[in-house]
Design a binder for this molecule. Structure first.
Ligand code: COA
Length: 380
């Protein structure tokens, strides 16, 4: 009974596999996707190229990229059945919940839903990547009572999404959205990537594994933090109230959203990129007002949390503001995060399938043993 075991709460600093997908340098504030500096990828690459890099482990040749884009974009169109479901379900549902149910539903149209063969997996991957932006854009429009916009397979991934949301393309905003997608595409074996890996370790199917990841992303400590940060900026109301807000929050031992990370002990480089994007934009007044509050939160947080406790700004301090600038409501932020992260999750799932082993940790039993069963009539 008295097992001598070490318990790793939150699996902190526990290594469960080797990976070649990404590396987070939490000390120097750097991220590498397959060895390439994320900042350079945001600057020079496209989401399609980055998703290829993450999933297949190398930058594509021109032909490979052409085929990859063609295979994804030929899947933009949604099955009539999925559109029907989207039309029918209550419009109060969050985009993230819509995304996960729709993804599972896409699987129902897949004749080889359970196959983990390489060629079949490829078909599923392009289907998942191709259809998810269409699901989210359709949900955006249906909730507003707008007519649906057909996808345009001639447009790039980000461009098509913006087009389907707004009904008209915008090259500039598509570029910003492309940056957002690249920035969120992968981030190591965090809770959501791990959840997908646990599911695939049972040799379940790709749709189920990806949906496990989405379910895990949902919480405010993971994918919900961007929306929570926006809520915080609104609560604060103006830059001159930031210090007072910090005092009150920290006195109550509550967390400041958009700060802290399990791996980074310095400024998250992704947050820096987003901040610079916002600084370069002509923001509408409502977004600008919140951005000024965010900058003050950053300034106060650098002194109160980062310099002293190494709890530093993370990507979610600014990502919600970029979504807002793009016209996407608060509750879209975890769904956009999921949309981007699909490539990273899929990369982890495929990597795990190369050398799978059922994930089965243990919990140390500290309950009682040998209790006498009392019939219900005698329990009072
Ligand atoms: C991301 C997060 C969950 C990582 O936390 P973690 O590694 O589990 O860190 P812990 O919960 O062990 O926190 C360690 C200490 O730092 C404090 N802390 C961590 N994040 C904090 C934050 N954002 N604001 C204030 N204090 C924070 C904790 O209260 C704890 O203090 P204590 O030791 O006095 O109890 C956490 O930083 C957090 O909740 N951040 C806010 C949500 C967020 O922005 N998430 C997006 C991540 S990309």
């Amino acid at each position: 009974m008295s097992e001598d075991v070490v318990i790793h709460k939150g699996l902190e600093n526990v290594y469960v596999k080797e990976t070649r997908i990404s590396y987070i340098d939490g000390v120097n504030g750097k991220v590498y996707y397959r060895g390439y500096d994320l900042e350079e990828l945001v600057e020079r690459s496209s989401y399609e190229e980055v998703s290829y890099l993450l999933i297949f482990g190398k930058l594509p040749t021109k032909r490979e990229l052409y085929n990859w884009i063609a295979d994804i974009s030929s899947n933009y169109e949604l099955e009539e059945g999925i559109i029907k479901i989207l039309r029918e379900v209550p419009k109060r549902n969050s985009p993230l919940d819509i995304l996960k149910y729709s993804l599972l539903t896409i699987g129902l149209w897949d004749e080889k839903i359970n196959s983990l063969e390489r060629e079949d997996l490829y078909e599923k991957i392009v289907k998942i990547l191709g259809k998810t932006p269409s699901i989210l854009a359709s949900w955006y429009r249906l909730r507003r009572g707008y007519r649906l916009v057909e996808p345009d397979p001639n447009l790039g991934y980000a461009e098509n999404f913006i087009y389907m949301v707004r009904g008209e393309p915008s090259t500039r905003d598509a570029e910003i959205f492309d940056d957002i997608l690249i920035l969120h595409a992968e981030h190591g074996l965090n809770a959501s990537a791990f959840a997908g890996m646990v599911t695939i370790s049972t040799l379940s199917d790709l749709y189920s594994a990806v949906t496990s990841s989405i379910n895990t992303l949902k919480g405010p400590l993971h994918g919900g933090a961007a929306g929570a940060a926006l809520k915080m900026f609104r609560e604060i109301g103006s830059p001159d109230r930031v210090e007072e807000y910090f005092e009150a929050k920290l006195a109550r031992k509550e967390r400041i959203m958009g700060f802290g990370h399990r791996v980074y002990k310095t400024y998250d480089p992704r947050a820096k990129i987003l901040k610079n994007i916002l600084l370069g934009l002509d923001l509408p007044p409502d977004v600008d007002r919140l951005f000024r509050i965010a900058l003050k939160v950053e300034e106060v947080g650098m002194e109160r949390l980062c310099k002293t406790k190494r709890i530093c700004p993370n990507i979610d301090l600014f990502s919600g503001l970029v979504y807002l600038y793009l016209g996407l409501p608060d509750d879209f932020s975890p769904a956009i995060f999921a949309l981007s992260r699909l490539s990273g999750w899929i990369a982890h799932i495929l990597e795990y399938l190369e050398d799978p082993r059922l994930i089965r940790p243990r919990a140390k039993y500290v309950g009682e043993l040998g209790l006498r069963y009392i019939p219900i009539e005698e329990r009072g």
